[in-house]
Design a protein around this ligand. Structure first.
Ligand SMILES: [Zn+2]
Length: 407
């Protein structure tokens, strides 16, 4: 496990917060851990660890659990996360469906439910149904401390609304912050889906932490990315930074809905994959399908079964994913890139080409070091991400959001 090496330009309170968050993430992985083990893993003194863990105990985030065997037969007090006392609700909102899950701060899921809706349905009715379900869960689980909502990007944080999502114009004027804050007395935090995915990987992805930086590359109906650098999500002014899907890879290419030409999203989203397959593999579309992800999997299965046309289509998509990785590397220098969402189901079919492109097109000092992986999260990373949004925010300012008297 790597150590947190340096923190450029951060002040002491940022550093303290970052160390507290690293302790929580280590305890998510190891369940029980002594102060000495934490000190060793994080490269900090025992005195610093005692201070940091003292605060977390006071906030009810961690607690002491008897004696554990330490190094060299020494016995020390174990520490564990009070995960079950700090629950969050994650809400994932997308084009045809919203999903709601209850999680604890270690990422364990307690329940999950999905509701489909049509693009022509009345937005007020859909919102009312979502709020009813949330209220039911708040009534059922008394330890819920916050709600996290993941919306399709670009999401304008200052205005509380989504800016541009294909075929969803009626949703553009909904102020989600206002809607949720008025309806519930719990803190509500909102981010766009790629940022949510990045937080999910950061908090729950089990990448051998603590990491210094991570980029989540969302390749699904949309293409986007979220970057966590030194424990902070990169947001930009309006919260729409790192929109890698709208970086032009061909400035003379077709016009994208955003106004730019030849955006990456036009070449490796599910829509791009389906367009190619429809022309070249029409037989895969004969049986009706419910979601684009379902047809993507048919294409991947055909490639796995040796269909040369399918193999070629998948290879082309993998090349574009590789170009996206090169852009992420040059822009953000991440320690790890995690590829997620429906196109990542192509997994082992995509990776050799992606890695080859990265090796060819970046300097060896980078390509030898950066890790590129497919997401291993078992649940939809964006729903997980919605829970991670809430987890991230409450663990950063526990004194503000946690009712310590209750614990
Ligand atoms: Zn675009």
């Amino acid at each position: 496990m790597g150590k947190i090496k340096e923190v450029a330009g951060n002040n002491t309170s940022d550093l303290t917060e970052m160390n507290r968050s690293a302790i929580v993430r280590i305890l998510q992985q190891r369940e029980v851990c002594s102060r000495a083990e934490l000190a060793k893993t994080m490269g900090l003194t025992q005195a610093s660890i005692t201070k940091l863990t003292g605060y977390l105990i006071e906030m009810g985030i961690i607690s002491e659990v008897g004696i554990v065997k330490g190094t060299g037969n020494r016995r020390s007090i174990g520490l564990r996360l009070n995960a079950e006392k700090n629950l969050v609700i994650g809400v994932k909102f997308s084009r045809h469906v919203f999903a709601i899950g209850v999680f604890d701060i270690s990422g364990k899921m307690y329940t999950q439910q999905e509701t489909e809706f049509g693009l022509d349905d009345n937005t007020a009715d859909v919102l009312a149904s979502m709020k009813r379900q949330l209220q039911d869960l708040l009534d059922r689980y008394e330890n819920i401390v916050a709600i996290g909502l993941a919306l399709p990007g670009p999401y304008l944080r200052k205005e509380g609304r989504i800016a541009m999502v294909t075929r969803m114009p009626s949703w553009h004027n909904i102020n989600f912050i206002k809607e949720f804050k008025e309806a519930f007395d719990k803190p509500v935090f909102i981010e766009q889906d790629a940022n949510a995915g990045a937080l999910a990987e950061w908090w729950f992805g089990n990448h051998g932490r603590p990491l210094n930086s991570l980029a989540y590359f969302l390749v699904g109906e949309g293409v986007g990315s979220g970057v966590v650098d030194h424990d902070r999500l990169l947001l930009g002014d309006q919260g729409i930074a790192s929109e890698v899907g709208h970086i032009s890879i061909d400035f003379r290419g077709p016009v994208c809905e955003c106004g730019n030409h030849g955006c990456l999203e036009l070449y490796c989203s599910t829509m791009a994959l389906l367009k190619k397959a429809k022309e070249q593999l029409p037989e895969l579309f004969k049986v009706p399908y419910k979601t684009r992800a379902e047809v993507c999997n048919r294409i991947f299965d055909a490639a796995r079964g040796g269909n040369e046309t399918a193999k070629k289509i998948v290879e082309e998509i993998a090349e574009y994913i590789g170009y996206g990785c090169v852009t992420l590397i040059n822009a953000y220098d991440p320690e790890i890139i995690v590829i997620g969402d429906s196109v990542s189901q192509g997994n082992e079919l995509l990776m050799p080409t992606v890695l080859e492109i990265v090796k060819e097109r970046t300097i060896p000092e980078v390509s030898n070091r950066v890790r590129i992986e497919i997401s291993k999260l078992s649940i939809d990373p964006t729903l997980y991400g919605a829970a991670a949004i809430a987890t991230d925010r409450i663990l950063r300012k526990p004194s503000e959001y946690l009712n310590i008297n209750k614990l």
